[in-house]
Structure formats: C-alpha cells, structure tokens
Design a binder for this molecule. Structure first.
Ligand SMILES: Cc1cc2nc3c(=O)[nH]c(=O)nc-3n(C[C@H](O)[C@H](O)[C@H](O)COP(=O)(O)OP(=O)(O)OC[C@H]3O[C@@H](n4cnc5c(N)ncnc54)[C@H](O)[C@@H]3O)c2cc1C
Length: 387
C-alpha cells in the first residue's frame, strides 16, 4: 500500500513524485516508457519552469548535461520585433526530452519514490464506495493507494476512467513540424509569427539547433507531401534565419504532428487528481506545456502533502492557466495582430521594460492579467520611445 500512485513519469508525474517523496510520502511512480525516452515534443522550458528546477536542486544536472542557457529572445510578430531578456534576469533552457525527463525520473528515485518503468496501466481500481483506490496493470497486477495522480498526458487513461469533465476546449488549430540542425548560427532564441505560420529556433544539447514551424491544420494535406520544403519555406520568411538554417545540416529526422488538442479538464475527484497535459493541454505555439506541468506538480504536491482538498488545487491551477490557455488558442490561429493589438505591440517594442514585460508573459513570470490591465495598456501605448 502506497500513500500516492503517480501514472506517467515525465515533467508532471516525475516532478510530483520527487516533491512528495521528499516530504516522506510513500510514492509509486509508473510509466509504460523506459528512460531515457524521447517524446514527440519540442522543449523550451520557460523561465518560470527553470526557476522551479533551480529551487528543487535539479538545474545543475540539466546544465551539467550540456544544456545551453538562453538569456535573450527575439520575438518578431509580423515585422514588429520585441527583443530582449526576461524580467528579473530569468533564463530559458531547451533540454532534449531524453535529458530532462530522465533527470526527473532519476530524481524521483533518489528522493525515495519507487519507480517502475515499462508498466502499462490498463485501468483503475475502486473501493466499495466507488472512490479510486489504485491502478491495474496490463498484466493484471494491482497497486493500491488512497490517491492516484493521472500525469499520463493529453490522452490520459486516468482522465477517461474517471470521466473527468471537460471545462474548456477548442479544436486543434495547427500542424507542427520540427527537426534538429547542426552548424546554425543562433545568437539567441528566435520566434516569428507570420500570416499562417509560426517559427521558432532554439539552441539545445549537443550543439544542435531545434527548428520548429507550424501552419494551420487545414493545410496538413499539402504540408505532409513535402514537410522539409514547407518547413524551410516558412523559415525563409523569417529574415535571415532561413539562410542561417540552410547554411547548416539537418542532423535528425523531421517530426510532424496534428495531434495538438486544446482541452482543460476538471483536475480532481474522489481519490484522483490530474496534472500536466492530462489536466490542461494547449497548442505548443506558446511552449507552455512543460512549465505548466512543473507548476502543477508543485501545486499538487503541496495539496496532497498538506491534506488540502482538490478544490483549492483546481482554483489555483485555473487562475494560473486559463488566461494563457485563451492567449494560446488565439495565437494558434496564426493570424497577425491587427488594429489596436498591432499598435500595442509596436509601443511595447519601444522600451526595454515593456519588452521584458511582454516576454515575461510567455516566460510565466508576468501574469497575462497584469499585462492586459487597462492602466498598463494605456501606459505602454502612451510611453515615448527609448530607454
Ligand atoms: C510538437 C510539440 C511541441 C511542443 N513543444 C513544447 C515546448 O517547446 N515547450 C513546452 O513547454 N511544451 C511543449 N510541448 C508540450 C509538452 O510536450 C507537454 O506539455 C508535456 O510533455 C506535458 O508533460 P506531462 O508530464 O503532463 O505529460 P507527457 O510528457 O505526455 O507524459 C505522459 C507520460 O505518461 C505515460 N503514460 C500514458 N499513458 C500511460 C499508461 N496507460 N500507463 C503508463 N504510462 C502511461 C507516457 O508514457 C508518458 O511518458 C510540445 C508538444 C508538442 C506535441
């Protein structure tokens, strides 16, 4: 009998297990994968997520694995360029998932959690009152605990089994492709929004550059006939980034997906919690998923360890996540800003403090609501250039 069983051992689940085991709880962490294991995902971890890894004593391991640190980003939205650092000197890292997820699984084991890799959960068990009280593996083996955490990703079996209500959803909006290039000159992280396209380039482990491009999902039929051609054409539309990428050499295969749902689920019920993508999944255009998963882990570990109810967990989750969810599904339409939004971005680009504040929204260190507060919007629109 365990105190907590966690299903899924990537950012949400492994981090939850680390934090609970460090507080002395008896934790079972299971995943059908065996680590090191890659997954279909790019991997910018926003400054708020990096700050959590630092506080948990895990950042040094990430850096020791040769993960480059990104201190400056350049966000080019339809010709308006917001370039600078993050508020309070925050940093971003883009570790390969083989590196990040393995580091978290090792940390869970070190903290005292029992970690079982290659364990495929086939269902949940319930007590006489219908409360979830464990998991059943594909091989029929059962494990029991008063709390089961579903950190099992966007197609969460736990969420399905408990019929977790969907609170907010939007249709999948993009097709995303990415690959790794070597020999690309990239002085900073770079992001571009063009009509019908989003592009990102970030440095990652082994001297490689991750290059990502997204297009409206309606274009998938044409996109899939020549993924590299479409990806490079999108990158060619981003200043000299195309020339810099073409000067390098693609080092790994291209990856493409349209499995990009936008869903917010109820995150708790009798005997169960959801965390990470199982609870809130959104288009990767704003690269929030990993940081969200780490934030959920921290909130959830506090909730469980302090015996608080799920309602407080969900309230905190919604408050932090819903504004970014709305912003993300808006940006995933891949339409350039117009009218006041365009003027506002231009004004924000004029001063360093406003640029940092804008970048801080995606970094997870400036709440969307703070940035969009009418007083803040007026201040930015009216500020003179410079500084
Ligand atoms: C193309 C793409 C690009 C992305 N880019 C970024 C980015 O740049 N930055 C960012 O922050 N996020 C990005 N994301 C999102 C990010 O990948 C997810 O938000 C993140 O992985 C969520 O972590 P998680 O721990 O909740 O779930 P996952 O990483 O999905 O892990 C779930 C785990 O549960 C396990 N599991 C599932 N079912 C079972 C079962 N029945 N039994 C046992 N184990 C099970 C799986 O094996 C898996 O290991 C991207 C996603 C995609 C698709």
């Amino acid at each position: 009998m365990y105190d907590v069983i966690v299903v899924g051992a990537r950012p949400a689940g492994a981090a939850t297990a680390v934090l609970l085991a460090r507080r002395g709880l008896k934790v079972l962490l299971v995943d059908r994968a065996r680590f090191p294991s890659d997954t279909l995902s790019t991997h910018q971890v926003q400054p708020a997520g990096i700050d959590r890894l630092r506080r948990w004593g895990l950042l040094d391991g990430l850096l020791a694995a040769g993960t480059p640190v990104t201190e400056r980003v350049r966000f080019d939205v339809g010709g308006t360029v917001l370039a600078g650092g993050f508020p309070q000197g925050g940093t971003l890292c883009s570790p390969r998932r083989t590196v990040l997820d393995t580091l978290l699984v090792d940390a869970a084991r070190q903290a005292g959690a029992e970690v079982v890799e290659g364990f495929h959960v086939a269902g949940l068990t319930r007590d006489g009152t219908g409360r979830v009280d464990g998991i059943r593996g594909r091989d029929g083996g059962e494990h029991h605990a008063p709390v089961v955490v579903g950190a099992d990703g966007k197609h969460s079996l736990v969420a399905k089994e408990v019929a977790a209500p969907v609170l907010r959803a939007a249709p999948a909006r993009t097709v995303a492709s990415y690959a790794y290039w070597e020999g690309v000159e990239l002085p900073q992280g770079e992001l571009y929004h063009r009509p019908g396209r989003a592009v990102a380039a970030f440095p990652t482990n082994d001297g490689l550059t991750m290059v990502y491009a997204a297009a409206p999902v309606e274009e998938f039929g044409a996109w899939r006939t020549d993924v590299e051609g479409h990806l490079l054409a999108a990158v060619d539309g981003c200043g000299d980034l195309g020339a810099r990428v073409r000067a390098g050499r693609r080092a790994e295969r291209l990856r493409t997906t349209i499995d990009l749902p936008n869903v917010v689920r109820r995150a708790y019920g009798p005997g169960w919690f959801l965390a990470g993508d199982a609870a809130t999944v959104m288009d990767p255009v704003t690269a929030q998923g990993i940081s969200n998963a780490l934030a959920d882990a921290e909130l959830l570990a506090d909730t469980i360890a302090e015996g608080r109810g799920g309602e407080a967990y969900q309230r905190a989750r919604d408050e932090a996540r819903l504004p970014l969810f709305e912003l993300t599904i808006g940006l995933a339409r891949l339409r350039p800003p117009r009218g006041l939004a365009r003027l506002f971005l231009r004004a924000a680009a004029r001063r360093r403090a406003s640029t940092e504040q804008f970048l801080g929204v995606f970094a997870g260190t400036v709440p969307v609501r703070t940035f969009r507060r009418p007083g803040n919007v007026a201040r930015i629109l009216l500020q003179p250039p410079g500084g």
